[in-house]
Design a protein around this ligand. Structure first.
Ligand SMILES: [Zn+2]
Length: 271
């Protein structure tokens, strides 16, 4: 599943191709995504000029002078910039055709992604208004996290993956950040010290920033906006490394299941 770094990598990849361009057409080949593409959207967005390409959590926000497209990649979606004339392949559901002769093409085999629209302030849209703080923003601090965790019995890993705590920290990045901060993933959130929360916030920022710099993590068939895979996977310390030696202390990495998700950790480095 594309996680926050992959979405940010996509945003950076597509931004220079879109900003300042006029939208010639929105071609929808498959309307039934996670939610139906609004029927009137092609007429609404055709002729509009793109002013910005933003991101909130894992939503891409394409701002135009007619309103904002809200695009989510879902479980298996990807966006690529191609020549508008290149023939669509299977699962190429939507093209945003630009006046440059290029198009932004959305491919999504599982169709859990979505394309919606708002003419109002995007932050007030029903999908966005309840989102917690961005992990790379200044508002995400160890102190705020520590205060929020008071009395919480949920594991620290579940706590930081909860979208009500912080937006867009998925399984890979939660596992890696907890390793770097030396925190056992199963520890109750309310028992993590203030100092450890500072370390955890720093680690979350680090892993996300490094992953963005590396173009996201290669996840099966994930490709970024230019079609290149990310290389962050080679830098993972624990994620999907069960039984392999910890890159720091050589102790075999362990795995257990929390909820429906696998958690990876080093029993020596994370106490
Ligand atoms: Zn270790």
């Amino acid at each position: 599943m594309p996680e926050l770094p992959e979405v940010e990598t996509t945003r950076r990849g597509i931004e220079p191709w879109l900003v300042g361009r006029r939208i010639e057409a929105l071609t929808v080949r498959e309307w039934r995504l996670r939610w139906r593409v609004p029927r009137g959207l092609p007429a609404r967005i055709g002729g509009a000029r793109v002013e910005s390409v933003g991101r909130r959590a894992k939503y891409l926000l394409i701002g135009t002078d007619a309103g904002t497209l809200i695009w989510h990649l879902g479980m298996s979606g990807s966006l690529r910039v191609l020549d508008a004339a290149s023939p669509p392949l299977a699962h190429d559901h939507v093209d945003l055709v630009l006046d440059s002769g290029k198009c932004l093409r959305f491919n999504d085999p599982r169709r859990f992604g979505c394309l919606l629209f708002t003419a109002e302030e995007p932050a007030r849209h029903r999908l966005l208004r309840g989102l917690a703080v961005e992990p790379l923003s200044d508002a995400f601090t160890g102190d705020a996290l520590w205060r929020r965790a008071r009395g919480r019995r949920a594991s620290i890993k579940a706590f930081i993956m909860d979208s009500r705590t912080v937006a867009g920290v998925g399984n890979i990045y939660a596992s890696e950040a907890l390793f770097r901060a030396g925190i056992r993933p199963g520890l109750a959130a309310g028992r993590v010290s203030r100092a450890r929360m500072d370390a955890l916030v720093k680690s979350i920022r680090e892993v996300l920033t490094e992953a963005i710099g590396a173009g996201g993590t290669t996840l099966r068939d994930y490709v970024d906006a230019s079609g290149m895979p990310g290389y962050f996977r080679q830098r993972l310390f624990v994620y999907e490394r069960t039984g392999k030696p910890c890159r720091r202390c050589r102790t075999p990495v362990r795995q257990f299941t929390q909820g429906a998700r696998s958690t990876y950790w080093c029993p020596r480095c994370q106490r």
